[in-house]
Ligand binder design. Structure first.
Ligand SMILES: C[S@@+](CC[C@H](N)C(=O)[O-])C[C@H]1O[C@@H](n2cnc3c(N)ncnc32)[C@H](O)[C@@H]1O
Length: 500
């Protein structure tokens, strides 16, 4: 047992200088152990204390861990990633592996009409369950067809979506040369397999991916796909998933100093828990995160799940995590996320061959799942944020919390663009957020009013902060929301951008 005095002495000395010799602390200890023995005692605690030990002659130097530099993709790597995204398809080996796994599992050819019909029924049942409130869902993935339906319908889109998110983390400087990653609720290994594929196009990065999953059927599918699509010696080592329930998981069972922790489409499936309990679950696992580690939570884009994630994000912020993105708190206040429905989009994927076969009968749209739409939050233990912009003191812009007092007036505002186009080609609609509004606010622009001076609203990526000059405020009583009407006279630009 490590004694308390030893830990508090190490913590104290480490707080006073960046490095010291282990022998230096001996005089302060009641039990005068030799340094070798001291090292054995403190080794299990070093990660938690963010310290590392190096041999220094007959002694050991204890120093603070230096945070790893962000991994920056070089032009050739960027080109390879873009080429992957341009295909909008699963890698051929993976598509084939899924097609092979299904007949292997059911003992009949994939072309067998009875198999295709059962897959169709599994997909329809899964979707209808999905739309029920969380507590009424029965989705447990205990039967083979639950997972086969998942492979046919959900897997392809989530796999490509994960790679878009990895590209985003890379752009934000949140990937490192060598990473320990945990995927919680991995299903058939969507995230680990996507990481392996993304890293296969990087020159100098490596990762070890751990995962947790409670469904035996999912684990079996994951193991098969891993065997077919990865090899020993690859840049990414995918460990077999730990079979466990996240709600009761002992954090000591997962690695320490995790660099990236992913919850992809899983937290919404944990039923019968309150928002506080869900936040506690994330915090419990966050205890295993490196001080410069990242948590990525992804949920489907539909309104209920999406808004729940915003509430969860704020609950986690209040528990001490930093919201890195996509939200920016430009007035330095906490937001009111009760009615926040905001999601990101990427280009549709191409339907897989299997989707094509399933959709060849009646109501084909039921079996095609190609839209990439998701709600995400990136959280950190340190204070790192994607955009640290704050509205400068004295700016002549309206806080959106005051918008109800300005109906039918022209205003200036600064806000982040928090959606793609929610309208149509004729009338474009974008969600805006400045972190102060308690009702939804949308920028509305008829296509014929888009000018070079305001087109930043249309072209800026999701989450971009924009300065918006001269918009007319309208109340939308049907939705209790506010629209700000963009006209030819409206100027929109990133803050600090000078107009030409
Ligand atoms: C919708 S799937 C998501 C799979 C994968 N992460 C993805 O994004 O495609 C949700 C997964 O979480 C797992 N899951 C749900 N609740 C869980 C829990 N309490 N403990 C462990 N796994 C859980 C389910 O078994 C399922 O595999």
């Amino acid at each position: 047992m490590t004694d308390k005095q030893l830990i508090s002495t190490i913590k104290y000395v480490a707080g006073t200088k960046p490095a010291f010799l282990l022998s230096e602390i001996v005089p302060y200890l009641e039990k005068k152990h030799p340094v070798e023995k001291l090292l054995t005692l403190i080794t299990p605690l070093l990660d938690e204390l963010n310290l590392e030990a190096k041999k220094a002659g007959t002694d050991y130097e204890i120093s603070r861990k230096v945070p790893a530099a962000p991994y920056t993709m070089n032009p050739a790597e960027l080109e390879r990633q873009d080429a992957f995204f341009a295909t909008r398809r699963l890698p051929p080996a993976l598509e084939t592996a899924i097609e092979q796994y299904i007949p292997r599992k059911v003992g009949k050819e994939l072309a067998d009409p009875a198999i295709l019909e059962r897959l169709r029924r599994a997909i329809v049942a899964q979707k209808s369950d999905y739309w029920k409130p969380t507590h009424q869902r029965s989705l447990q993935y205990t039967k083979a067809y639950h997972v086969l339906g998942y492979l046919a319908y959900h897997f392809p889109v989530y796999y490509v979506q994960t790679q878009h998110l990895l590209a985003m983390l890379a752009r934000d400087g949140l990937l490192k040369n060598s990473m320990t990653i945990l995927d919680a609720g991995t299903g058939p290994g969507v995230v680990p397999l996507a990481i392996a594929d993304f890293y296969s196009r990087l020159d100098g990065a490596a990762a070890t991916v751990y995962s947790v999953e409670r469904s035996e059927e999912h684990i079996e599918a994951f193991m098969y796909l891993r065997e077919q699509c990865t090899q020993k010696g690859d840049k990414v080592s995918i460990k077999p998933p730990l079979k466990a329930d996240l709600t009761t998981l002992d954090p000591a069972k997962i690695p320490q100093q995790i660099d990236l922790m992913v919850f992809s489409n899983v937290l919404n499936e944990i039923s019968d828990v309150s928002m506080d309990q869900r936040a506690d679950l994330v915090m419990k696992l966050a205890g295993r995160l490196a001080p410069d580690g990242t948590i990525l939570i992804i949920e489907p884009a539909e309104e209920a799940n999406s808004s729940q994630l915003r509430l969860l994000s704020l609950a986690l912020k209040k528990r001490g995590l930093t919201i890195h993105s996509p939200c920016s708190f430009i007035w330095g206040t906490n937001c009111t996320p009760d009615r926040c429905w905001s999601f990101a989009t990427n280009r549709n994927i191409q339907p897989t061959r299997l989707m094509g076969v399933l959709a060849s009968g009646e109501e084909p749209f039921r079996y095609l799942n190609i839209d990439i739409k998701y709600t995400y939050v990136v959280l950190r233990k340190d204070a790192k944020v994607r955009d640290s912009y704050r509205v400068p003191m004295g700016s002549r812009v309206l806080r959106l919390s005051q918008i109800r007092r300005h109906v039918e007036k022209r205003i200036n505002l600064i806000a982040a663009k928090m959606s793609g186009n929610l309208g149509d080609a004729k009338t474009l609609v974008f969600k805006l957020c400045d972190g102060t509004a308690d009702v939804p606010v949308y920028a509305v622009v008829p296509a014929y009013h888009v000018t070079p001076e305001n087109e930043a609203l249309v072209s800026a990526p999701y989450g971009t902060i924009l300065e918006i000059e001269s918009v007319l405020v309208r109340h939308n009583p049907k939705h209790d929301a506010y629209n700000v009407l963009v006209s030819r006279n409206t100027a929109i630009q990133k803050p600090g951008t000078t107009k030409e």
